[in-house]
Design a protein around this ligand. Structure first.
Ligand SMILES: [Zn+2]
Length: 239
């Protein structure tokens, strides 16, 4: 990594380390910019999948996905497989920051910055969600989505986590970049498309590729509608 990139990642590490000690009125000035466009470009230009496309981490991700997608994964296994992919995707695209161990407020020990959990009951139309206050990604196993869809949903929620935890909310463009369309603004769309297309390029075969196209088409459709009711992956509107 270049010194500039290292400095940008260090800023994000500092944000992660104080996330659970965060107070709105004591936001420190960081040495490098971390607006949504800066941290989107950071991923696009410097994440491990781009920087070292032949690294063991990238090759292992490709091999594991090929293995998982090639067999009939039962519901019980889905949780383990998606959890493993969460770790791989974090290392490949998000500098390992979503899984970074951070201190919790009031001597609560440490935890992974972002937690991943699964829900097996509730509204079957909702495929995933990200809760910023709990720093938690929820993936639904209610609607019976297959592994290909769940991977895309996972990427979607990881992009929410990335932008909502790390981007500078005081930036003048924050609304249009992040918050618009119920948190699916311009940088959300750009980064989601980037990561999911890169994942598609890393994992051979039509199965995942077809599901990625479906979800990207759905996003484009929502943008064309200029939708104000856009929700995270409402399965009922899958084209
Ligand atoms: Zn969403």
């Amino acid at each position: 990594m270049t010194p500039q990139t290292e400095s940008e990642v260090k800023t994000l590490e500092a944000i992660a380390d104080r996330f659970f000690r965060f107070t709105l009125w004591s936001q420190p000035a960081y040495p490098t910019s971390h607006d949504a466009k800066s941290i989107t470009r950071l991923v696009e230009n410097h994440c491990l999948a781009v920087r070292e496309p032949n690294s063991p981490n990238v090759i292992q991700f490709t091999e594991r996905c090929r293995l998982f997608l090639g067999r009939d994964v039962k519901t019980v296994e889905l949780e383990a497989v998606v959890t493993e992919c969460f770790s791989h995707l974090d290392a490949l695209f998000f500098f390992g920051l979503l899984n970074r161990r951070v201190s919790v407020f009031h001597g609560g020990g440490t935890r992974s910055l972002v937690k991943l959990h699964f829900f097996t009951n509730g509204n079957e139309d909702v495929a995933g969600l990200f809760d910023k206050f709990r720093a938690a990604i929820g993936i639904s196993l209610v609607g019976g989505l297959g592994l290909g869809d769940l991977l895309v949903v996972l990427v979607h929620e990881m992009v929410h986590a990335w932008l909502e935890i790390f981007s500078d909310a005081t930036c003048a463009e924050h609304y249009s970049w992040v918050k618009r369309y119920r948190r699916h603004g311009e940088m959300f769309q750009r980064l989601f498309r980037f990561v999911v297309e890169r994942v598609g390029a890393l994992v051979p075969g039509d199965l995942l590729q077809n599901r990625i196209l479906v979800w990207l088409n759905k996003m484009d459709w929502q943008v064309r509608q200029n939708s104000s009711w856009w929700d995270c992956f409402v399965s009922a509107v899958i084209p």
